[in-house]
Write a protein that binds this ligand. Structure first.
Ligand code: HEM
Length: 516
C-alpha cells in the first residue's frame, strides 16, 4: 500500500493490510468498529488519540515492510462492547422514568397550577435520582469504560467487574425508585438499604477500575485527568449524601420535619450531583475530546488548573453558605452563596473560552450543533444563578422555586442532556464503523429538545407572573423533550444494533504478502 496518506480511511487500510491493526490497537483502536475498523481517516484517529500522524504512518509502513507479517486474529472482547449495554440502559432510563415520568409530573403540575405539590415529591425525587444515576451515571460509566483505557493507550482493568457494576447499578436505581415511592413503609426502607448498598458498591468498584486502568498505563499524567478524578470523588460523595437524604426523609417524624429536612439537604445534594459530579466529568472529557475531534486548536492560554480549583471552591462555598444561611438565617452567609454563584459563572465562562466552542470548528458533523448549544445552555444557566437571590427579593419569595427549577432545567436538559446526545451521536457511529455523514443529521431531535427546554425555562419563571397562560403551556414542554429524546434514542440504538452485528463475526485474518 504505497498510497498511504493521512486522509486514508482506517477501514481501507485494514481491508488492504489487516496486520496494520496491531499498530492501531497499540495506539488505542482496539474494539473500535469491530474487525473492519472505523470509517474515519488516519489523521482523525491520530488527532483523537493524541498520536503524531507521521509517527503513525511510519509505524504502519514499518509493519507493512516486514517480509512475513504476523497473522492477526481479531476477536472482540467484553471490554470492547461493554459500553453498549450502559448506553442502551441509559436510553431506556431517560425515555421512561426520565423524560416520560418528568413530563407526566409536569402535566399534573400544570393542571393544578402549582409547582409545590407535596404528594408529587416522592415521584420527582425518584425521577431526579434515576436521571443522575441512570441517565448521567450510566452514560459516564459506559463512556469511561470504553474511552479512558484507549485515551491512556492501555486496556480496561477487570472487564468482568465492570460488567458487574452494570447489574449493580440497575438494581440500585430500581430499588431506589421503589424506596422513594414506598417510604416510610418497612418495604420502602428495606429497598432504600438495598439501593444504598448496591449503588455505593457500584461507584466504589467503578472508581477502583478506572484507577487501576490508569495505573496500568505508561502514558504520562494528563492535566485533564484531574477533572476526571475530581468528578469521581464527587460521584461517590453525592451517592453518600443521597442516601443520607433518603433516610432523613424516610425517618422524619412529621410533615414539618420532612419539609425542613428536604429544604436543608435537597439543594446541596443537587448542586453536588450536577456541579460536582456531572459538570466536572463533562469539563474533563470536553478538554480531552472536543478540541481534538472538532479541530478547535489549542487555547491561547491554558487555564485548566484555575477552572478546576474554581469549580471545587465555588461548590464547597455554595454548599457551606447554603446550609449556614438556612440554619442561622444570618444574611452574611447569603453573601457567601452569591459569591459562589458568581465564581460558578466565572468557571463556566473560562471553560467555554478554554475549549473555544464558539469559534468555527475545523471539522464539524451532526454532533457539533449539540455540543455548541450545550455550552450555550451552560452559560445561560450560570448567568441565571447569580440572579436567583435578586429574583427572590424582587418577587418577595424566600426561596424562588420557579426560578430555581428553571435554572436547573436549563442545566440538566440544556447543558447535560444535549452534551450526552451530541457526544454519543459522534462516538457511537465511530465505534460501529459507520460513517456518521450517512446517518440522520438529527435536526429534528435537536430543534425539539431546544424548543422544549427554552419553553420550560421561560414558562416556569412566567408562572410567577402570568400563571393562567404559563401553566397550561409549560405542561406541553415535557412532551416535546420526550419526543426529541425518543427520536435520538431510537437512532442511536439502531446504530448500536448494527455495531453488534459486526461483532458476531470475529475471524482469523491472515495478513497478505506486501505488494500482493
Ligand atoms: C427530559 C425531560 C425532563 C422533564 C420533563 C423533567 C421534569 C421534571 C419536573 C417536572 C421536575 C420538578 C420541577 C420542580 O419542582 O421545579 C423535575 C425535577 C428535577 N429533574 Fe427533571 N425532567 C427532565 C429531565 C431531567 C434530566 C435530564 C435531569 C438530569 C440530568 C433531571 C433532573 C432533575 C432534578 C435533579 C430535579 C430536581 C428534583 C428536586 O427537586 O430535588 N431532569 N424534573
Amino acid at each position: 500500500m504505497t498510497d498511504l496518506t493521512r486522509m486514508t480511511p482506517i477501514e481501507e487500510i485494514l481491508e488492504r493490510y489487516p496486520a496494520a491493526r496491531q499498530v492501531f490497537d497499540r495506539r488505542g483502536l482496539h474494539g473500535c468498529a469491530g474487525e473492519q475498523g472505523p470509517a474515519e481517516t488516519l489523521e482523525f484517529f491520530a488527532r483523537v488519540h493524541g498520536v503524531d500522524v507521521d509517527t503513525l504512518i511510519a509505524e504502519i509502513q514499518t509493519e507493512m515492510a516486514k517480509p512475513a507479517p504476523k497473522p492477526y486474529a481479531y476477536e472482540a472482547t467484553l471490554a470492547d462492547y461493554i459500553y453498549r449495554r450502559f448506553f442502551k440502559a441509559g436510553i431506556a432510563v431517560v425515555l421512561t422514568v426520565g423524560a416520560l415520568w418528568g413530563a407526566v409530573n409536569l402535566l399534573e403540575i400544570a393542571l393544578r397550577r402549582n409547582f409545590l405539590l407535596l404528594h408529587l415529591v416522592p415521584a420527582i425525587h425518584a425521577h431526579a435520582h434515576a436521571m443522575i444515576f441512570g441517565w448521567c451515571g450510566l452514560f459516564v460509566m459506559g463512556f469511561a469504560y470504553q474511552s479512558f483505557p484507549r485515551f491512556k493507550h492501555t486496556t480496561l482493568w477487570r472487564p468482568d467487574l465492570a460488567n458487574l457494576t452494570f447489574y449493580f447499578m440497575l438494581t440500585g436505581i430500581g430499588a431506589r425508585i421503589g424506596a422513594e415511592l414506598l417510604a416510610p413503609d418497612v418495604l420502602g426502607l428495606a429497598l432504600g438499604a438495598v439501593a444504598s448498598a448496591t449503588e455505593l458498591a457500584t461507584i466504589g468498584l467503578f472508581i477502583a477500575i478506572i484507577l487501576r486502568t490508569a495505573q496500568k498505563s505508561l502514558e504520562p499524567h494528563n492535566p485533564y485527568e484531574k477533572f476526571i478524578f475530581g468528578a469521581l470523588a464527587w460521584f461517590l460523595g453525592q451517592a453518600i449524601l443521597s442516601d443520607v437524604f433518603f433516610f432523613a426523609k424516610a425517618t422524619a417524624a412529621n410533615q414539618d420535619e420532612l419539609i425542613h429536612r428536604i429544604a436543608l439537604l435537597d439543594g446541596p445534594l443537587r448542586d453536588i450531583q450536577l456541579l460536582g459530579f456531572v459538570a466536572m466529568i463533562i469539563a474533563g472529557v470536553s478538554q480531552r475530546f472536543i478540541p481534538a475531534v472538532y479541530q478547535l486548536g489549542r487555547p491561547r492560554q491554558d487555564r485548566q488548573s484555575l477552572i478546576f480549583w474554581l469549580m471545587n471552591a465555588s461548590l464547597l462555598l455554595d454548599v457551606a453558605s447554603y446550609v449556614l444561611t438556612l440554619t442561622t438565617r444570618n444574611p452574611v452567609f447569603a453573601l457567601g452563596l452569591e459569591t459562589a454563584f458568581i465564581l460558578m459563572l466565572i468557571w463556566a465562562a473560562l471553560l467555554v473560552r478554554q475549549l473555544g466552542v464558539f469559534a468555527a470548528p475545523g471539522e464539524r458533523d451532526r454532533s457539533w450543533k449539540f455540543v455548541h448549544a450545550s455550552y450555550m445552555w451552560l452559560l445561560m444557566a450560570m448567568v441565571m444563578l447569580p440572579f436567583f437571590p435578586v429574583y427572590g427579593i424582587l418577587t418577595h419569595q424566600y426561596f424562588a422555586h420557579s426560578f430555581m427549577g428553571a435554572y436547573r432545567h436549563a442545566f440538566t436538559v440544556g447543558f447535560v442532556t444535549l452534551m450526552i446526545m451530541g457526544i454519543s451521536a459522534r462516538v457511537v457511529p465511530i465505534l460501529a464503523g459507520i460513517d456518521s455523514n450517512r446517518l440522520s443529521a438529527l435536526w429534528g431531535p435537536f430543534i425539539l429538545l431546544n424548543l422544549g427546554n427554552a419553553g420550560r425555562v421561560t414558562l416556569q419563571i412566567l408562572t410567577d407572573f402570568v400563571p393562567r397562560v404559563a401553566f397550561p403551556l409549560v405542561g406541553f414542554t415535557g412532551f416535546l423533550e420526550l419526543a426529541a429524546l425518543a427520536w435520538w434514542g431510537v437512532g442511536l440504538w439502531r446504530v448500536m444494533i448494527a455495531s453488534s452485528a459486526r461483532r458476531i463475526t470475529p475471524v482469523f485474518v491472515q495478513a497478505p504478502v506486501v505488494g500482493s
